[in-house]
Structure formats: structure tokens, C-alpha cells
Design a protein around this ligand. Structure first.
Ligand code: PAF
Length: 289
């Protein structure tokens, strides 16, 4: 695996591959890699001839008082995992190359509206940080395929929108969420959970499964599903930011005729904020058949 820090090194390696006619998939991460990330690398390997991974804990997507300093940084272990996973190029950018004038003076890329909803409502500026760094790294790598996890569903929808709006020539592919046997979605932030909280945390996945089952059973009262799911989480000790049923494609508020839905939630256990979601594809309704 090749190691690169700055844009010129990255471009040189990518240009060599391009000259050899090879295609490139890119997996941006913040490191502390787990099986969920490695599944994305594996997906990337199936999509293209060469796989580029970046590890950068992006200060611009953390708000004041969030866990930027505490975010787990495990570069040596990550490098070992990526070598085993046969990634071809690892980029560990220097902040001076990413934000030469400082993060707050940098040009921003922002998807309005979508970035202020759901997690964006609770984490103002977060998605602006995400779209800015992903756009920048896409300009470094210029891959054919961008791979992102479906666990961060709103992030995936926002980046698809950014790519479409800015006509960035890349195909965005979402990788399925990887879960522990009891259902908890893998996340670097799970490391913050105490053993008791870890046991409680599985309830997030269970509550969303129950919500998605209600949708599949034909319950069309989305507010009731959201309220029941939220109440279940509160009873289990979560402090709920939101539970919301949305249209899967664009996260708009669905109408009763929408068939492609997603139920998303964000909730706190102690000092740990967890997010998860379930896609629900309903059969076409009788009047649409
Ligand atoms: O999902 C993440 O880990 C981050 O938001 C990303 C896409 C790497 C941008 O920093």
C-alpha cells in the first residue's frame, strides 16, 4: 500500500494508474477503522481496479463542544487493516494542505436545506464540513467511484446531491451498514459507550426495526410510528434528538403514496450520540398497480 499526504503525491499515483487504463474507487474515512469501513473497502475493490482510502479527522465537521479532540485516532492499527484489506493508496492529509488558511477561512461547499434538517438541525454546520472535505478530497483523487456507508444515510443523500448539483464526474455508491450480532450498527463512537450503555444501545436498532415493520404492515400514520419509536427509546434511557420517517431518495417528508421510505433516528446514551436508520421499500399500492 502506498502512503501519501499531499495532493501532488496523490495526483501522481492516480495519474500513473489512469495512464495504465485502471479505474479508481475512493473511500473517505475518519479512521479508527472497523468492519464497517473494511466492508466499504471490499465493496470498492469490487467496483474498480484501484482503491484509495483517506483518513482525516475533519475539524470542520465538529461543532463547539463536540468530540473532535476525543475522536479515536488509531493510525498504526488502521494502516495494518488497510494493508490486509489490500487498499492501494492511503491518504493521510496534512491539515495545512486541507485548510491552508485555516478551516474557518476556507471556501465552503454547502447543500442548503438538506444540511439543516435532521442531524443538521442538531449539529449546525456539520454537513457543511462534510461536503467541503469530501468535495476537496474528490478533487485530489478524481475517482470513478465514491463509496460511502449507508449508516450515515443523511450524509449519503447530501453527498449524492452535491455531486449532482456540481456535476462532479463520480458515481456514488452506498455500502450496507455492518452490525453487531445484536443489531448495533458499527461506529467508531461505539467505543465511547460503557458496558451497560453498549447493552442498552442495541435498543436503537430494535426500535427502528419495529418502526420499519409497522411501515411494512401498512401503518400509514408516520407521526405515530415516530412517536412510538421515540417513546420506546426514551423508556430505554436514550435522550432522543429525532426519529423521522422520510422519503428515501431525498429525505423530504413523505406522502401516503410514497413507497420508498427510510426511518432515521439519532439519540444519546450518556455522552455518546448514536445514529441509525432502516430503509423500507413498500410494495406498490393497489391504485398504482
Ligand atoms: O463518514 C465519515 O467518516 C466522514 O463524515 C467523512 C465522509 C469521511 C468526511 O469527513
Amino acid at each position: 500500500m502506498i502512503f501519501a499526504e499531499g495532493p501532488s503525491e496523490v495526483r501522481e499515483h492516480v495519474a500513473n494508474w489512469r495512464r495504465a487504463g485502471l479505474s479508481i474507487a475512493f473511500v473517505p474515512t475518519m479512521g479508527n477503522l472497523h468492519e464497517g469501513h473494511l466492508a466499504l473497502v471490499e465493496l470498492a475493490r469490487r467496483q474498480a481496479d484501484r482503491v484509495v482510502v483517506s483518513i482525516y479527522v475533519n475539524p470542520l465537521q465538529f461543532g463547539p463542544g463536540e468530540d473532535f479532540e476525543a475522536y479515536p485516532r488509531t493510525l498504526d492499527a488502521d494502516q495494518g487493516k488497510l494493508t490486509v484489506a489490500a487498499a492501494d493508496l492511503l491518504i493521510v492529509p496534512r491539515t495545512t494542505d486541507i485548510y491552508p488558511e485555516g478551516a474557518e477561512r476556507h471556501t465552503f461547499v454547502e447543500v442548503p436545506g438538506l444540511s439543516d434538517d435532521l442531524c443538521g438541525h442538531h449539529r449546525p454546520g456539520h454537513f457543511r464540513g462534510v461536503t467541503t472535505i469530501v468535495c476537496k478530497l474528490l478533487n485530489w483523487v478524481q475517482p470513478d467511484v465514491l463509496i460511502l456507508g449507508e449508516k450515515d444515510y443523511q450524509q449519503l443523500v447530501i453527498i449524492r446531491r452535491m455531486v449532482a448539483d456540481l456535476a462532479i464526474p463520480v458515481t456514488v455508491i452506498g455500502g450496507a451498514t455492518v452490525r453487531e450480532p445484536a443489531g448495533l450498527a458499527l461506529s467508531s463512537r461505539n467505543a465511547y459507550l460503557t458496558p451497560d450503555e453498549r447493552a442498552q444501545a442495541t435498543e436503537l436498532s430494535r426500535a427502528l426495526t419495529e418502526g420499519s415493520t409497522a411501515l411494512l404492515r401498512g401503518v400509514g400514520d408516520f407521526s405515530r410510528i415516530e412517536a412510538e419509536c421515540g417513546a420506546r427509546l426514551s423508556r430505554s434511557g436514550f435522550r432522543v434528538d429525532y426519529v423521522s420517517v422520510r422519503r428515501a431518495t431525498d429525505l423530504s417528508v413523505p406522502t401516503p403514496t410514497d413507497r420508498s421510505l427510510v426511518i432515521l433516528a439519532a439519540a444519546w446514551l450518556g455522552r455518546t450520540r448514536l445514529i441509525d436508520n432502516r430503509r423500507v421499500d413498500l410494495a406498490p399500492s393497489a391504485c398504482q398497480q
